[in-house]
Design a protein around this ligand. Structure first.
Ligand SMILES: Nc1ncnc2c1ncn2[C@@H]1O[C@H](COP(=O)(O)OP(=O)(O)OP(=O)(O)O)[C@@H](O)[C@H]1O
Ligand SMILES: [Mg+2]
Length: 246
């Protein structure tokens, strides 16, 4: 966003100079390093990794297999902690939070969508979508769940169990579930990776529409250049660090 002031004229033709609203950082990653200790020794996956994602942005993370994309998403999603460095969500530095505080932040601010759907097998579509609200101890309003179900076009399958759903349908449940708690940040790890091209395209469009409708921020891992091209910015993991593509 330009730092230039916006000049507006009021009803009397008087000129006003308004500073543009500052962009709100939803995710700040600062000098993050991640290494794993293995029987073969310590392996370093990410080094000197810093970037910021602002409210309402859609960002792709790309990079070769094994480059650390899922590792980075786990750090952003507070499922794992960096070896050094900071991850802040909505301006909250997560370094000194307890496990309970991390779990609460994760549940309230972040929605996850995974390649392999990760639905809860004995739960119906409705129950899967309600699960984040249940976990947070939030009120489950029937209309809210019904709206989500119709947004992803699963009205006729609301009482179905996951094993009876197609891949595309499962991923639509996962999208609705990721939105249920009104999280600010949606994280998706190859959400169309296990779908055929046509279904993947439909599911992606649905996800992008939902992110727009709900005014959310999206970070999506993808191997697919055409998916990356639909995002506002693209970050590439190369040489163990994140580089923004221009
Ligand atoms: N818990 C762990 N312990 C040891 N090594 C790990 C661990 N988790 C990930 N790695 C290693 O870190 C590297 C990055 O893994 P990651 O899953 O982040 O890659 P990726 O970019 O998501 O790959 P893909 O595109 O295949 O999903 C890999 O070499 C992997 O083996
Ligand atoms: Mg991965």
């Amino acid at each position: 966003m330009s730092k230039n002031p916006i000049i507006q004229h009021d009803i009397l033709g008087l000129m006003h100079i308004n500073a543009p609203a500052e962009k709100k950082p939803v995710l700040t990653v600062t000098e993050v390093e991640k290494s794993f200790v293995t029987p073969q020794g310590t392996i370093s996956i990410l080094e000197h990794t810093s970037f910021t994602v602002y409210e309402g942005e859609k960002v792709a993370i790309v990079g070769p297999s094994g480059s650390g994309k899922s590792t980075l998403l786990s750090l952003i999603g507070l499922l794992d902690t960096p070896t050094t460095g900071m991850v802040a969500i909505d301006g909250v530095d997560t370094r000194n939070l307890s496990e309970d505080e991390l779990a609460r932040l994760r549940n309230e601010r972040i929605g996850f969508i995974f390649q392999a759907f990760e639905l809860i097998a004995p739960f119906t579509v409705t129950e899967n979508i309600s699960a984040p609200l249940e976990i947070a101890g939030n009120e489950i309003r029937k209309e809210h769940i019904e709206t989500l179900i119709s947004e992803v076009g699963l009205e006729k399958r609301s009482e179905a169990l996951p094993f009876t759903l197609s891949g595309g349908e499962k991923q639509r449940v996962a999208i609705a579930r990721a939105l249920a708690n009104h999280p600010n940040l949606i994280l998706a790890d190859e959400p169309t990776g296990s779908l055929d091209r046509e279904t993947g395209e439909k599911v992606l469009s649905l996800l992008l529409d939902a992110v727009d409708v709900h005014g959310k921020t999206l970070v999506i891992i993808t191997h697919d250049a055409s998916v990356a091209a639909r995002m506002d910015r693209v970050f590439e993991i190369r040489d163990k660090a994140v580089h923004e593509r221009s």
